[in-house]
Ligand binder design. Sequence first.
Ligand SMILES: [Cu+2]
Length: 387
Amino acid sequence: MEPSQANEDTPTSETNSATEADAFSSGRTRRDPVGWTMWSLAAIIAVSGVFMASIALGRSDSSSVTAAGGSNNASGTPATQPATAAGASIDFQATPAADWTPYDPTLKPADGATEHKLTMHATEKVLEIAPGVTQEMWTFDDKVPGPTLRGNVGDLFTITLVNDGKLAHSIDLHASKVAWNVEMKSINPGESIVYQFKAKLAGAFMYHCGTAPALHHIGNGMYGAIIIDPPVLAPVDHEYLLVQSEIYTGPEGQPGDLTKMMAQAPDAVVFNGYVSQYKFHPIRVEPNERVRVWVVDAGPSENSSFHIVGTIFDTVFKEGSYTLQPDARQGGSQALDLQPAQGGFVEFSFDAAGLYPIVTHKFANVGKGALGLFQAGEVAAAGTPTH
Ligand SMILES: [Cu+2]
């Protein structure tokens, strides 16, 4: 990043607010010549009113893969991948095409049934993971994250996994207590397996493919969330699910790079499988509505310090337990800390109309795509600041 760009992008006055509100409008497609990433962070700073100008995210060239050189023979990736492949480069300043649609973050309530029967398909599918960048993702039901399962303690889940792919796959649902060698067996292309369990304990659980190397299958998209509601769950106006994960790019249209996964060198850190998607398409609520966001860290290797700029969580549920609820303690929580394969939820409201960035406060990852926005109420395209 050249110093001149930092000067151009660093917010110094309220005049930035109009530009920021305009550009964060849903569905807007643009390419910012001065650098969307830096500009976006400037917007965060402006929105939050926090002086963080010293934090400057690198431009997209910093994300370009420079390593490689070594052999990918140990990676398990297809032979078609060149040994010196550096992987697709993500331009964090690019914006999605006009017909792009985000992954729906809405979490539907449990349907009330005590038995849940569903069929899931293991596939290998080329998906866009950032504007203009595609990868062959390994998926449940052609999407990353896979479908969300939800129920109550005591419910019976019967999942038929069908392998429609060309690799062996499996499923490991963390909400279950079952024998690994029985239920989590890898199945070959064309085969299916029935995985049945009774939900005995509540939580925000991860599920994933456990076929070796599990790092490659999880790192390449084979994960999702299974929500088992705790017995006490207060009514809220909105529920969302955000699954944080990393992306380790292989060549365009090819599977992710296991060598990079082993080195824990992600090209991107994302919510719900796509770089900064809720920056491009903010999640819309109203001021003073109560919002619950479930968060699962799918990893495979990175942690999350889940934070929303401009609000404080008054309720936190982590790994099966309420750690904070509104009561005489009058406590507030600023971040939900999760290691890979941990989950929970936070509840909060926004006191004023405006934009509220969603981040992991491990800020190096914000510049790699772990960035979204809540939009509370109307945000005028060219209005005056609300703070
Ligand atoms: Cu798999």
